[in-house]
Design a binder for this molecule. Structure first.
Ligand code: SAH
Length: 240
């Protein structure tokens, strides 16, 4: 009897201790990312002049380390792009924040993104607007970004595996369009699918060289463009 009681007692003690350690362990492992994210927002984004509250809040919430390959989680909050395989990259955090702020996203908006990549920019948009539509040309990246977005519960993001040159006619027109690969010119179907009063942000220029980040605005029949800053993006590809 004594023996059984002692065994039960030790079992309970060990369970309690293990439980405590696990609990402590979970908190400890999540912490570095939270504080890294906070530093990223303060030093890389706010410090460079992005002040939109909804953008800053989204950048604080979305776990960027879940959008980079597992062996690169340490680089997730660095001040630069990170390779995500297939010759592609997840953009630098500041660029993501800047492009999101420029289109002035509102809750009721429907936004189209070309170049899903890791799914990170789509997740940032999904924290702010009602619905996000995003197109990725590389099937493997389409599959993995969909999985990441599903796992994190982003139900307001629809992902399609196609050439984004043609946009997504079925859901057009869009309040805003974000293109995250460098095109040699603004694809006409995207201009067509932009709402009147809508904004599109797109890097334009020669692939592999420095390009210009351009803001395209549709006002009535007029389309205006504004050169914002030099950038370097992966090339906009074309489907067969
Ligand atoms: N927005 C991404 C960045 C991805 S890099 C992120 O947050 O991670 C650009 C992506 O655009 C690449 O994944 C590339 O495969 C994709 N891409 C290039 N040309 C494309 C096209 N014509 N249609 C759709 N996606 C394209």
């Amino acid at each position: 009897m004594f023996r059984i009681r002692t065994t039960i007692k030790s079992f309970l003690i060990v369970t309690f201790l293990l439980g405590g350690f696990t609990f402590y362990g979970i908190n400890k492992t999540d912490d570095p990312f939270k504080s890294k994210r906070e530093r990223m927002v303060r030093l890389q984004i706010e410090a460079r002049g992005v002040f939109d509250k909804s953008v800053l809040s989204a950048m604080r919430i979305v776990p960027r380390h879940k959008f980079v390959p597992k062996n690169r989680t340490d680089e997730a909050y660095d001040d630069g792009p990170v390779p995500i395989g297939y010759g592609q990259t997840i953009s630098q955090p500041f660029i993501v924040a800047y492009m999101t702020e420029i289109i002035q996203p509102k809750k009721k908006h429907k936004v189209l993104e070309i170049g899903t990549g890791s799914g990170y920019q789509a997740a940032i948009l999904a924290e702010i607007v009602d619905s996000v539509f995003t197109i990725e040309i590389i099937t493997e990246l389409y599959n993995s970004s969909r999985e990441t977005l599903d796992k994190l519960g982003y139900k307001n993001v629809s992902v399609k595996n196609a050439d984004g040159y043609y946009g997504w006619e079925k859901y057009a027109p869009f309040d805003a369009i974000v293109v995250t690969a460098a095109a040699e010119f603004v694809p006409p179907p995207l201009i067509k699918q932009l709402k009147e009063g809508g904004k599109m942000i797109i890097p334009v220029g020669s692939p592999f060289l420095v390009q210009s980040l351009i803001l395209v605005e549709k006002k009535g029949d007029k389309v205006t463009t504004k050169n914002l800053m030099p950038v370097r993006f992966v090339p906009f590809r074309r489907g067969e």
